[in-house]
Design a protein around this ligand. Structure first.
Ligand SMILES: [Zn+2]
Length: 368
């Protein structure tokens, strides 16, 4: 079995969840040190109840410039006890868990790429690696990564679904939304007019706020509703709704948030109820065009590998959002996985092996 595949099997069988990436980090660190990297771990996890930080590794080179590679160590929640096996040229789980190719494929591809570069003996530039934590939780890990450590102007986030050759060149802004309605409890039989029904107003907000696909580049969704009523004979005095909105156009995201806040206030106006809204913009949209160096370099890489380049945009946030926000031009690269975040997740063996080669070729083509 190819080493990259062996390592992939080993890592997916290692139990892990967002905020507890300890075992993966402890597995990855010695591998990076062995390759000659400097390795450090930050305290990102401590900001959100996690036990692991982002791993930052650097392999110094003799050529000028620097390239960044990124993958995340955590996985979707249903990722304990993964039993991977190969079926028809794909690695699959036993159907009761995810596979965690999202994003351990990225982790092993980067390690394999570094190993190939070392083995080639060819001169290379500085290579920066960020293995992040809690990416699946609103990119929480990279939120606390110290971007000033990075020298790279271009980067690759190996964390996108699709066959190898696919590039995700754009991703939306995302915001977490919270509505809290404060009413007043009263006996529903003896004095309903003395109460203020928080549940009713919260429900009205959810019923009338635009959701689903808002336009070609924006969506919104409310998914969690807590009513704080204590008994059916008491008017409900508290309700809370959690949702999210995303847009590839950051301005539109801001407009939605403004309307969201205004509408919630409007619903409670003159009712005696109080509403508190929160909108936490967790990541910002980016869009890298095909004429930019980051994608031009990939064109060379895929040509050399005999692969067809496919440039698309996605509607999911990824660590690439953060790097772009900090001035590093960064896109998502596919490593051959499909149906991530489901028990049907699988990855093409052929693509996974080529993903290591892709990392190597990025470094070699960058040098040219
Ligand atoms: Zn991912």
């Amino acid at each position: 079995m190819e080493r990259i595949l062996e390592e992939f099997f080993e890592l997916v069988k290692t139990d892990c969840i967002s905020k507890d990436e300890r075992k993966i980090a402890d597995w990855v660190k010695p591998k990076l040190l062995e390759l000659g990297c400097t390795v450090e771990e930050d305290d990102a996890g401590s900001h959100f109840g996690g036990n692991t930080g982002n791993i930052f590794a650097v392999l110094e080179g003799t050529l000028p410039g620097s390239v960044l590679f990124n993958a995340h160590m955590d996985r979707d929640a249903n990722g304990f006890g993964i039993q991977p096996r190969i079926e028809d040229g794909k690695v699959v789980s036993d159907g009761t868990t995810v596979l965690a190719a999202d994003d351990l494929a990225g982790v092993v591809a980067i390690l394999d790429g570094l190993r190939r570069i070392k083995a080639s003996g060819k001169p290379h530039c500085r290579i920066e690696v960020v293995f992040s934590v809690s990416e699946e939780k609103e990119l929480s890990g990279s939120r606390y990564f110290d971007m000033s450590k990075l020298q790279s102007k271009i980067g690759y986030c190996i964390d996108s679904p699709g066959r190898i050759g696919r590039i995700v060149a754009g991703a939306p802004s995302g915001a977490q939304l919270k509505i809290e309605v404060f009413g007043k409890a009263a006996h529903s039989g003896n004095g309903p007019e003395k109460g203020i029904d928080a549940l009713k107003y919260a429900a009205k907000m959810v019923a009338n706020l635009p959701t689903g696909r808002l336009d070609s580049e924006s969506t919104a969704n409310y998914a969690i509703f807590h009513a704080g009523g204590s008994a059916t004979n008491v008017i409900c005095d508290y309700a809370c709704v959690l949702g999210e909105t995303r847009s590839r156009n950051h301005e539109k995201l801001l407009q939605y948030i403004e309307k969201f806040e205004q509408y919630c206030q409007q619903v409670v106006e003159g009712t005696g109820a109080v509403v508190k809204t929160e909108a936490d913009i967790t990541y910002k949209a980016f869009n890298v065009t095909e004429d930019q160096p980051c994608i031009q370099l990939m064109k060379k890489v895929y040509d050399k590998m005999g692969l067809t380049m496919l440039v698309e945009t996605g509607m999911g946030g990824m660590d690439a959002n953060r790097f772009n926000e900090h001035g590093i031009q960064c896109v998502g690269l596919a490593s051959g996985y499909f149906n991530n975040h489901s028990n049907g997740e699988h990855i093409y063996v052929e693509d996974l092996i080529r993903a290591g080669e892709m990392v190597e070729q990025i470094v070699l083509c960058y040098a040219d």
